[in-house]
Design a protein around this ligand. Structure first.
Ligand code: NAD
Ligand code: IPM
Ligand code: MN
Length: 358
């Protein structure tokens, strides 16, 4: 039976990189004989909101829950719809309602791409950010008081549960076990955030007892961002709360030359609900409509989706094809963010051809 994939392209460059993601997946499906069936949904975009007054239809959960995976582009167009409305009305609902509590975001310096960090070569930057994806600083608990007066107050609570922390830590420690360096770094801020973050540290220390072979360290988020730039080679698996993980997963890819290549997997490890695969980047209104967005983040997310569906070899072949095209360094194929003069389509086609040509 075919694997059923729900496709939601969203806004801006989401709609431009999505066809290249699908092109690459179709090439892999053909080569490895994988039955994939794509179903496209129009909801989850700001244009849908302007027409319907909400980002998603009332029955979105019922419509999507039976799919094997969601393949997602990017959402947001702040000139049309305020970001907190478009994102809380779509992506953040998927992550929560489908209990995708892991956000797995690889950061890898690829061959042929120049790191903005002097002297860094492929191999120097190769780590995962494991981001808690359903609670933490992204909470809907809070509100405004004394609105319109000088005493106006806004509050938004951070929510950290023992279950919520332990499950993301367990995933990160298990991932570190599979890596040659067996190293885990925790992002904290227990010097300033004096209740939730010391608790996070306690749970890390407790979990570390069950993984004696893993080398564990922790940094406060401020110096951790500095160390990403100064010593990216120190990191192997980096685990953080929802907000810290968000920040680190733009900074990490920036250190690898461009956020345009960064993929992510929003995973419900139990498989009770579909997982969601999307590039780390957003809808990039500044370059949307020009056909110059880098499609690699979308394509690599497709590779993570195939691995999640059990096709390890096919996923790896997609990443190998990305690396091969980058190594070739044909500037007619590559997009501008990585030094080329090509387009979203030229790069997508080059990668799809390479996936097919083996
Ligand atoms: P962004 O990631 O959209 O863009 C940041 C910068 O990176 C821009 O200069 C953009 O041109 C560049 N960039 C991003 N992707 C690129 C690609 N594939 N190729 C080449 N360059 C690329 O972040 P932003 O500007 O903060 O946000 C724009 C909108 O996207 C907002 O509405 C924001 O809320 C939303 N957003 C959505 C997601 C998502 O859907 N997962 C993620 C981040 C931001
Ligand atoms: C991401 C994005 C989202 C997040 C935004 C758009 C809500 O930045 O996926 O990294 O903060 O999680
Ligand atoms: Mn982000």
């Amino acid at each position: 039976m075919a694997h059923r994939i729900a496709v939601i392209a969203g806004d801006g460059i989401g709609t431009e990189v999505m066809p290249e993601g699908i092109r690459a997946l179709e090439a892999a499906a053909k080569r490895f004989n994988i039955p994939l069936e794509f179903t496209t949904f129009e909801f989850g975009s700001c244009d849908y909101y302007l027409e319907h007054g909400s980002m998603l239809p009332d029955d979105w959960f019922e419509q999507l829950k039976g799919f094997d995976a969601l393949f997602y582009g990017a959402v947001g167009w702040p000139d049309k719809v305020p970001d907190h409305i478009s994102l809380w009305g779509s992506l953040l609902q998927f992550r929560r309602r489908f209990d995708q509590y892991i956000n797995l975001r690889p950061c890898k310096l690829m061959p042929g791409i120049k790191s903005p960090l002097a002297g860094r070569e492929p191999g120097d930057i190769d780590f995962y950010v494991v981001r808690e994806n359903t609670e933490g600083e992204y909470s809907s608990i809070g509100g405004k008081m004394f609105e319109g007066t000088e005493r106006e107050i806004v509050l938004q609570e951070t929510v950290m549960s023992r279950t919520g922390i332990d499950r993301v830590l367990k995933y990160a420690f298990d991932l570190a076990q599979t890596r040659p360096r067996k190293k885990l770094t925790s992002a904290t801020k227990s010097n300033g955030i004096s209740i939730t973050m010391p608790y996070w540290d306690e749970r890390v220390a407790e979990m570390a007892n069950s993984y004696p072979e893993i080398a564990v360290d922790k940094f406060h988020i401020d110096i951790l961002t500095a160390n990403f730039v100064l010593h990216p080679d120190w990191f192997d698996v980096v685990v953080g709360s929802n907000l810290f993980g968000d920040i680190l997963s733009d900074l990490g890819p920036a250190c690898t030359g461009t956020i345009g290549i960064a993929p992510s997997a929003n995973i419900n490890p139990e498989g009770n609900f579909p997982s969601l695969f999307e590039p780390v980047h957003g809808s990039a209104p500044d370059i949307a409509g020009k056909g110059i967005a880098n499609p690699i983040g979308q394509i690599w997310s497709g590779a993570m989706m195939l691995e999640h569906l059990g096709y390890q070899e096919a996923g790896e072949a997609m990443v190998t094809a990305i690396e091969a095209v980058l190594s070739d360094g044909n500037s007619q194929a590559l997009t501008r963010d990585i030094g080329g003069q090509g387009s979203t389509e030229s790069l997508g086609k080059a990668i799809a051809e390479r996936i097919g040509a083996h």
